[in-house]
Design a protein around this ligand. Structure first.
Ligand code: GDP
Length: 196
């Protein structure tokens, strides 16, 4: 669906990101959630975002330009247990400044592991997005790792948990980078926003 994808720049400071002259979509989630795999799936590239066995390593805001018409941003993951307090604080500062100040940001995709029941760390991050009025959608990953049914059950649990706090639920997608399940739906959703 998307034709071209090129790496542009990595930063630790939102002020050094590319000029905000194109719409932008950011991807974030717990480290190891499958973010790099999802970005590679969406862009049809094997290695655009680096999938790694070393969670928590990339602490950079990575910009990619898609079809010369929008930016895809790979944000460093949260919740890596072995990260020091200092690293965690630096992450929080970098990410919150980026998310609050990046004027061309259309939407944040928050990735969630479809194998797990609702996790506090994801719920807290989502609440923070809500408090700061940052639009987001949820992408549940690794759907192929169990039956679709089981994945949908975890999505339903997540919805139910969110309903306690939220009047309206965000768009929710279930995906697998392995089988490419959900790829079209996410791509079409991005396309819809770009055309609106
Ligand atoms: P990141 O740290 O969030 O960027 O996660 P990665 O994309 O590097 O994925 C972490 C691990 O999960 C890797 O071993 C991937 O091969 C695996 N993985 C990611 N997405 C999927 C998926 O949809 N299905 C399966 N079976 N494995 C996946």
């Amino acid at each position: 669906m998307f034709e071209s994808a090129a790496f542009i720049i990595s930063n630790t400071d939102y002020k050094k990101c590319p000029k905000p002259d194109l719409p932008e979509f950011a991807f974030i989630g717990r480290s190891n959630v499958g973010k790099s795999s999802l970005i590679n799936m969406l862009t049809d590239k094997k290695n655009l975002a680096k999938t790694s066995g070393k969670p928590g390593k990339t602490q950079l805001i990575n910009h990619f330009k898609i079809d010369e018409s929008w930016y895809l941003v790979d944000l460093p993951g949260y919740g890596y247990a072995k990260t020091s307090k200092k690293n965690r604080e630096a992450w929080e500062m970098m990410i919150s400044e980026y998310l609050i100040n990046r004027e061309n940001l259309q939407l944040v995709f928050v990735l969630i592991d479809s194998r797990l029941p609702p996790q506090q760390i994801d719920l807290e991050f989502i609440d923070w997005l809500g408090e700061n009025m940052i639009p987001f959608a949820l992408i549940f990953t690794k759907a192929d790792k169990q039956s679709i049914n089981k994945g949908q059950q975890n999505v339903a649990k997540f919805r139910k948990t969110m309903k306690a706090n939220w009047e309206e639920l965000p768009p929710i997608f279930l995906t697998s980078s392995e089988s490419k399940f959900g790829k079209e739906k996410v791509s079409e959703y991005i396309q819809e926003i770009l055309e609106s």
